[in-house]
Design a protein around this ligand. Structure first.
Ligand code: SF4
Length: 374
């Protein structure tokens, strides 16, 4: 990869907001930077910008002590948890519609993009909490690969993890760093494994666990790390048969522990094992492609690579993401009283990324997953 460019997965490369309204009604805190706050405040005062009809009685900005760093205000929300600037009928953002995209707070401009910028370039994946992004996992028209210069993501200063020259590169294992080209080779290798459409996501994870174990034995002085990645065994590893949901629930519980107490969802696990094996498992093979693509979105542009302690940590993160999808699929099928289908699986991806990207603390997840290096 050339340095300094923007890279994304092919399935995300033409992303654009389709106005589902999901992110603008998720009851999230949306911080507003000072210049943006001034612009919005002035537009409100001059009557160029008005909140949605049901929120006209509210002050559109929350100004209080203890705002996040860099924020001059927060956007107010309705009792339904909607941003006051969401037009309920059209699902359009009133700020974007009436005074332009440039007036949006950074959170709004960049969501659902999740970026990592390092000395190789800017790497962008998406949060599949966004229903449009989640639907892209199912698209029939786009083989999975890493693409340079994706049309949806022009060069820019994307919000995200910024790795500077003072930061360490990703670790191969707790005692060995990777060089940039070696890490790029490993990232591409993981995406390549995830591009297989005819094997289960459990096979992808088991094979990557083996690949990570082999790669960790690399030492400088012989072949380069990139060559070592290219020379990894070709064969796939059969996963251990899973006769219960227990192993997935353990990884799910670990992710829950990474969520701050005041945000952690209440436990809701009754009947999930039965639901998984009655309503999900028999249809799982129909969804290998979107499931493997979901894994790819965790392997690519990975924050865990920089926050964790090696390549096995990254793969443990993939395993955990899959476990959470299994648990959420079981829960959604149990509640709907029907077998898994594309709609329920899409919602399971949304739930999984809500946990992984919006509730849990990334450093805490990486710390927990680093136990894979033992
Ligand atoms: S300002 Fe617009 S994009 Fe941002 S949360 Fe509100 S409605 Fe959504």
């Amino acid at each position: 990869m050339s340095s300094g460019g923007v890279f994304a997965l092919s399935i995300h490369a033409d992303y654009r907001c389709r106005h589902s309204g999901a992110c603008c009604s998720a009851d999230w805190d949306v911080p507003v930077e000072l210049p943006v706050y001034r612009t919005l405040q002035e537009a409100v005062e001059r009557g160029r910008l008005q909140p949605q009809a049901e929120a006209r009685h509210l002050a559109p900005f929350v100004v209080e002590p203890d705002l996040p760093e860099g924020a001059a205000a927060m956007l107010e929300r309705t009792a339904r948890g909607e941003c006051v600037f969401l037009d309920r009928g059209s699902k359009l953002c009133i700020v974007h519609r009436d005074i332009g995209e440039a007036a949006l707070p950074a959170t709004c401009r960049y969501f659902p993009r999740l970026a990592v910028r390092d000395n190789r370039g800017t790497f962008i994946t998406l949060s599949h909490f966004c229903p449009t992004a989640a639907s892209m996992l199912f698209r029939p028209d786009s083989p999975l690969s890493i693409v340079a210069g994706p049309p949806a993501f022009p060069p820019g200063d994307y919000d995200g993890l910024v790795v500077t020259g003072n930061d360490l590169p990703p670790l191969l294992c707790p005692t060995m760093l990777m060089d940039p080209s070696g890490y790029s080779a490993w990232e591409s290798h993981m995406v390549g494994r995830c591009s297989m459409t005819d094997c289960s996501p459990e096979t992808v994870v088991a094979t990557l666990e083996r690949d990570a174990r082999v790669l960790r034995t690399w030492r400088p002085g012989g072949q380069s790390l990139s060559e070592a990645v290219r020379n990894l065994p070709q064969g796939l590893v059969a996963p251990e048969p899973q006769r219960t949901l227990d192993a997935s629930l353990v990884l799910y519980a670990q992710a829950m522990q990474a969520i701050p107490d005041d945000l952690r969802p209440l436990p809701d696990e009754d009947g999930l094992d039965t639901a998984f094996f009655r309503l999900v498992n028999s249809r799982w093979s129909a969804f290998y492609t979107p499931l493997n693509r979901f894994l790819a979105t965790k392997a690519f542009a990975s924050w865990t690579a920089y926050q964790g302690r090696g390549v096995s940590t990254i793969v443990r993160g993939l395993d955990a993401a899959l476990a959470i999808v299994r648990v959420e699929s079981a829960r959604l099928c149990r509640d709907a009283g029907r077998e898994i289908d594309a709609e329920l699986l899409r919602d399971a991806f949304r739930c999984a990324d809500f946990i992984l990207n919006h509730l849990a603390v990334g450093e805490d997840l990486a710390e927990a997953w680093s136990s894979a290096e033992a």
